[in-house]
Design a protein around this ligand. Structure first.
Ligand SMILES: Nc1ncnc2c1ncn2[C@@H]1O[C@H](COP(=O)(O)OP(=O)(O)OP(=O)(O)O)[C@@H](O)[C@H]1O
Ligand SMILES: [Mg+2]
Length: 258
């Protein structure tokens, strides 16, 4: 097996990146896939959403730092079991990496270096990115085969998407020619809201085939599950959230053709 690595990224906060990392991961787990989730956001929301503390040591920050200093490190030193998936935890300290690593040669490739030795252990590796286009997101994109872009249906997202695409183009040219956009996923979607339907139409007009057919409806159970530290399938199997993310899992497999 060779893992397919997917960054979940967009610089706008609250778009549903972390929620998608947890629950798309869990949907694939329930389809028998081996999933690794990497929390690459100093907010450590993914770590907390899986029921773990946001100050575990060592975490991804320590490994990245040690690797940058030339030490031999492996991700296995920090991987935790959570909700029957594997998780690389994060902490607030990761926010410092941006400045601390500024003079390190090859700093954009540190995460890729950590992930390469794990390729044969997973079907899918998801990297949950922070809401920014800095060095952390560049590291994630450099390490990935695909990027998945969740967008909140409440906001007209085009400016944000365009500036994200410019950053992605740079990464593609300079660091990772293989990365592709797997697609856009509308989150917090409510068919009754005119704005939501408009966003969907505009998105389809602009990006057509790249828009996932599956939309993630607004569902309070998704937020509650996150607070309880479990995925939606363990929290509320029959909720709309579980239904939507399970459908997303199937469409995701079609699109990655595995
Ligand atoms: N479909 C949904 N229905 C209801 N609430 C949702 C839904 N998706 C996400 N949320 C809630 O919205 C908030 C933001 O979602 P999430 O943390 O996934 O966004 P994010 O893009 O990871 O944010 P950040 O950019 O800050 O990392 C969370 O409280 C989450 O529980
Ligand atoms: Mg997040």
């Amino acid at each position: 097996m060779t893992a397919t690595t997917i960054s979940i990224a967009i610089q706008k906060g609250g778009s549903g990146k972390t929620t998608t990392a947890v629950n798309l991961g869990a949907a694939l787990r329930d389809l028998g896939k081996k999933v690794l989730l990497v929390d690459f956001d100093p907010q450590a929301n993914l770590t907390q959403a899986l029921g773990l503390a946001d100050d575990l040591e060592p975490n991804i920050y320590h490994l990245i730092k040690r690797l940058a200093q030339g030490e031999e490190v492996t991700l296995e030193q920090v991987i935790q079991k959570a909700n029957d998936m594997d998780l690389v935890p994060s902490s607030l300290e990761l926010a410092g990496a941006e400045i601390e690593l500024v003079s390190i040669y090859g700093r954009e490739k540190l995460l890729q270096q950590l992930l390469i030795p794990l390729q044969d252990q997973y079907d899918f590796i998801f990297i949950d990115c922070p809401p920014a286009l800095g060095m952390l997101t560049v590291n994630a994109l450099t390490a990935s085969d695909y990027v998945l872009v969740p967008l909140q249906a409440e906001f007209l997202p085009f400016k944000g998407v365009q500036s994200f695409m410019r950053s992605l183009d740079k990464v593609k040219k300079q660091l990772n020619p293989n990365i592709e956009v797997l697609g856009y996923i509308l989150t917090k979607y409510d068919d009754r809201k005119i704005m939501n339907r408009q966003v969907l139409e505009q998105l389809k007009r602009a990006y057509e085939a790249q828009v996932f057919d599956t939309r993630i409806r607004t569902n309070i159970a998704l937020a509650q599950a996150q607070e309880k530290g479990v995925d939606i399938f363990k929290y509320a199997q029959r909720s709309n959230g579980a239904q939507d993310y399970s459908e997303l899992g199937l469409e995701f497999l079609e699109r990655t053709s595995q």
